[in-house]
Design a protein around this ligand. Sequence first.
Ligand code: NDP
Length: 678
Amino acid sequence: MSLLEVKSFAAGQWVAPDANARIIENAVTGAPLGRAGNDTLDVQAMLDYARQTGGPALRALTFHDRARMLKALASHLGKHKQALYDLSFATGATQSDHMIDIDGGIGTMFVFASKGRREMPDAHVYLDGDVEQLSRNGTFMGQHIATPLQGVAVHINAFNFPVWGMLEKLAPTLLAGVPAIVKPATATCYVTELAVKIMLDSGILPAGALQLVSGGLGDMLDRLTCQDVVGFTGSAQTAFKLRSAPHILRNSIRFVAEQDSLNASILGPDAVPGTPEFDLFIKEAHREMTTKAGQKCTAIRRILAPQAQVDAVIEALSARLAKTVIGDPQAEGTRMGALVSNSQKRDVLEKAGLIGTEAERVFGDPDKFDVQGADAAKGAFLPPMLFHCADPDAAVRIHDSEAFGPVSTVMGYRDLDHAIALVNRGEGSLVASVITHDPEVAREVAMGAGAFHGRLYFNNRDSMKESTGHGSPLPHMVHGGPGRAGGGEELGGVRGVMHYMQRTAIQGSPDILTAIGRKWVPGATEKPAPAHPFTRTFHDLQIGETIHTAPREITLADIEHFAEFTGDTFYAHMDEAAATRNPFFPGRVAHGYLLLSFAAGLFVEPNEGPVLANTGLDALRFMKPVQAGDSMKVRLTVKHKTPRNDEYGEVRWHVTLTNQDDDLVAEYDLLTMNAYSS
Ligand code: NDP
């Protein structure tokens, strides 16, 4: 069979491998499958193409445009996933592994598409946090903004997730408005190549937004600038080598790393055999050892159980592991496929050997195991291997050596403090889990181990049906960890987008802040509304457009009527003597909700028009009490607009209520949905 010629996509052209290309093996048969790599790749042309063509095109789009682009890309990939599944079997992955890699990657892109639309503005500047009051009279204020970096993101990915690994970095990068050059691990780059081809062929991406290096990067990293970012997933050794290069350090080039991790799972002291938690623990540990043949950055490497339960855990887990059918990932009934390559298999055996110096192998023999539908001597197959370490305090290797395969070590703990101390011996990991039905156990672990872990996963009988699994990084939640895990942090919704943007503190007058952020800042110039704003469509409304209402007097009859009508007869509204004793009130006062209701009555335009619904009210504060005899008036200003769908968008109005002395009585943001046309 002819070899796959795995190409790169450089500066708008597909480039075939050259004579020095590396041979890629089929994980299942061990036979050569393809070739990748080209020493003559023009990496400067790639960087130029990204910076000069891709970047400007992406930055011309708003966050919402880019979010729509991600959604279209994800849908398009979804239509072609069968081709990706078919190709991926050669990496040793089973169909359920594909669901994590391919469907998981597409799902991640969908989540970023949705978050981009819901949590970011339909604009080019992202506002980070609230306006800061920097002066007494409000003429000088501050606002943090984020704008896209003007360079390129170079993504260096690991072999284990050729699709998810690319998409989980690509989605936040494109949403930020930054072009990407993706460099997958050579061992599985043929799957990434197909996914890139599918995306490029869709025509959805602007030219220069996505390029691919199959094989080595050449000296690309030496050509990066402070506007570029490196996103890395792989071994600690490679991460250290790349991030400590003088050029990277000298230019403070961002380097987001996700590397080795000795993840742990704790069986809670309450989760004794016979509880749903014990069974759940065994199920999760089994899944983490066998999914992707244990080649998952989040897999459980260390299994911690109360000393009294160690034998029960080994027995139950071994029984489950014994039922795991290993073999050709395409064969019916196979539960665990092959490792990615025979060199990876050798690496895992070497690391398992290290672990074996401190722990006894209690399940799985790499020299004696069954493989269905494939040749165990040729493919990169290994059985799950479970170790037991009797003295985890004295041991070192079990806490610092990552056997990146189906290998895990059980160890006993004396009490929860001991469990926390052991779990932290990983010196920084991506995830630790606790299976417990006791919320206080969870709290103790969160306080004792949170600082050492990027994610803590708790599961029990209440959440097990809907829980997503110890090993699943979710696009909504951060993925990364301190120390050995690389110190990086990916995903986590908009947090993950920020790696590709620069945060800048903006200081200036309210008009300056309003113009930059496209969000009205109190104190900025008000624009007189040409007609009542409720009669104007979403697109007609201008940021800063304002109306001031006539005043309305509040009477004692109003207060009493409101109290009777709503049932809110709280003493501060009804009992003069009691209200006077309260340090907040001068005497009986109007209900805050009465003032809000009157405010609506003052600013509303009652006829049918573009305002479709009032959907909420944010940041409400009552500043000054209002008594019978006082009067109030309202100022209503268009603060911000966000398109929501093809028919309407959200208008955020800034509302202030003032009294007869112009003192601020209340302030809030009102949210309405407004039609694009009347
Ligand atoms: P590597 O660190 O060797 O490779 C990771 C990525 O870096 C690959 O894309 C690789 O490309 C690339 N790379 C390697 N050297 C360079 C270089 N000099 N310049 C630019 N890019 C480079 O890890 P592997 O994927 O081979 O995995 C090895 C071990 O790493 C595993 O056994 C496991 O222990 C750990 N690992 C940990 C992960 C985690 O997230 N915790 C994930 C994956 C691996 P190429 O393939 O072309 O060499």
